[in-house]
Write a protein that binds this ligand. Structure first.
Ligand code: PLP
Length: 455
């Protein structure tokens, strides 16, 4: 009886999930105002007594699904959001049914092994140095935090200070160098590590947002240099190889925030953009962005895994830490967590090296096509389109905002707004396996039609 009810419920969830995914191709990308208003049906006092499971699932689907933005569909180009691959959704569902807590290898052998394999494959496909270690975290914000915790450990250890034991009060001076264009989450990570969001040296950038390597200060004493692979607006890359060459001989730790840009390494036409990044000490990336696995999944990589373990590992009598195996929780801020690496394993197993390369280069080709379409129609493309990001201006800031609002309302596709070096722009980010050439054409036609009407 119990099994039968579980089966009926999970089959219902699967059917609803399938119907939702099938609807994403055709429905307007943004939800209607009525659908958003209807979410007020969720607002109720905590029920005194429970409700039937099938009723709860139906409520979630009938009220929740129409009020989602179709991020899993082929024409969502906002932020940097990749639609999840069907195989990784399927493995995510099965792994949820497993309900594994990936703390220790001994009690989650299958999951721990899958994550180890996924990590090795990631190091391979991203061209990171052999032996690089890492951990699966919620996203690039926490990946930056995690990798920088390892950096903090190493640079203080080299100066004879045990930061994990003794904290920062009384610690030696530490210099943190960042780009003026570092992603806000990098500053947040530095703040969470006690290194200060503002206690940094900011390096100026060029017109594409790339750090100017010649402006690096002299490096002396404990130093962490944070570089970026993939500017959130332009997609541009810092000259990471040059920066490594300049600062590594003085013992600085170089970190790369490659939330989406690190994936350029997996695609031969784009790999030159990350040249020299293998010489860094740590890297952060997202799998929920360009590897197209479901939320949430980021990865922190550290060249010398013991530096990460020194920052993250704990012991307790009730935990099985005395093991010959890699314990996943030695490399992540969390103790308890889901097996995020399983979806990464599935995505890489399904696409292989060539499929990942094709996904990355296809998205970049789509971005180039968007840029060419807007330029040909007489609108300004503000960035050099080197990756998957395109910035378009439709004239002055007010008009550009109006065009973006109308595009979102029209519903064929969805793009957001930004301000690039003082100018309001529409951001297009092509990050999904689901986007086809005809989605690009359909979206371009719809956006140009709106732009001509509004401008
Ligand atoms: C360069 C960069 N770093 C960090 C992040 C934060 O990633 P997440 O939202 O996955 O934490 C982003 C998000 O777009 C990003 O582009």
């Amino acid at each position: 009886m119990k099994n039968e009810r579980t089966r009926t419920l999970l089959e219902d969830a699967a059917q609803r999930g399938i119907a939702y995914r099938e609807s994403c191709d055709a429905r307007p990308v943004a939800p209607s105002a009525a659908a958003i208003d209807a979410t007020s049906r969720f607002v109720e006092p905590l029920p005194e007594n429970g409700a039937p499971d099938e009723e709860i699932l139906a409520l979630l689907d009938e009220v929740g699904s129409p009020a989602t933005v179709a991020m899993a569909g082929p024409r969502f180009f906002g932020f940097v959001i990749g639609g999840s691959l069907p195989v990784s959704v399927a493995t995510n569902w099965l792994a949820t049914a497993w309900d594994q807590n990936v703390v220790m290898h001994e009690v989650t052998p299958a999951t721990a092994m899958l994550e180890q394999v996924a990590l090795n494959w990631l190091v391979d496909v991203l061209g990171l140095p052999g032996g690089t270690g890492g951990g699966f975290v919620t996203g690039a914000t926490v990946a930056n935090f995690t990798a920088l915790a390892a950096a903090r450990h190493r640079v203080f250890a080299d100066a004879g200070w045990d930061v994990e034991a003794d904290g920062l009060i009384g610690a030696p001076e530490l210099q943190v160098i960042v780009s003026e264009e570092a992603h806000p989450t990098l500053f947040k990570s530095l703040g969470m590590l006690g290194l200060g969001r503002e206690r940094v040296v900011r390096i100026p950038v060029d017109g594409q947002g790339r750090m100017i390597a010649a402006k690096m200060p002299a490096v002396d004493g404990p130093t962490i240099v944070c570089t970026q692979a993939g500017n959130i607006n332009t997609g541009a890359f810092d000259p990471i190889g040059d920066i490594c060459e300049a600062v590594k001989p003085s013992g600085a730790w170089v970190h790369v925030d490659g939330a989406f840009g690190l994936w350029a390494a997996a695609s031969p036409p784009q790999a030159h953009l990350v040249e020299g990044m293998q010489n860094a000490d740590s890297w952060a990336t997202d799998a929920h962005k360009w590897l197209n696995v479901p939320y949430d999944c980021g990865i922190a990589f550290v060249r010398n895994p013991p530096d990460l373990a020194s920052a993250m590992a704990i012991t307790a009598d009730y935990l099985i830490t005395d093991t010959e195996h890699r314990n996943p929780s030695d490399y992540t801020p969390e103790l308890s967590r889901r097996g995020r690496g399983i979806d990464v394993w599935a995505a890489l197993r399904s696409m292989g090296r060539s499929g990942v390369a094709e996904l990355i280069s296809r998205c970049c080709r789509h971005a180039t096509k968007f840029a060419a379409g807007f330029s040909a129609a007489g609108f300004d493309v503000l960035n050099d389109v080197v990756l998957n990001q395109v910035l378009v201006s439709f004239g002055n800031d007010v008009t550009t905002r109006r065009v973006i609002d109308e595009i979102q309302r029209e519903g064929t596709c969805w793009c957001g707004a930004t301000v690039w070096q003082g100018k309001t722009a529409m951001r297009i980010s092509v990050s999904s396996w689901a986007t086809t050439e005809s989605d690009v054409e359909m979206s371009l036609d719809a956006m140009l039609e709106v732009a001509r009407r509004v401008t």
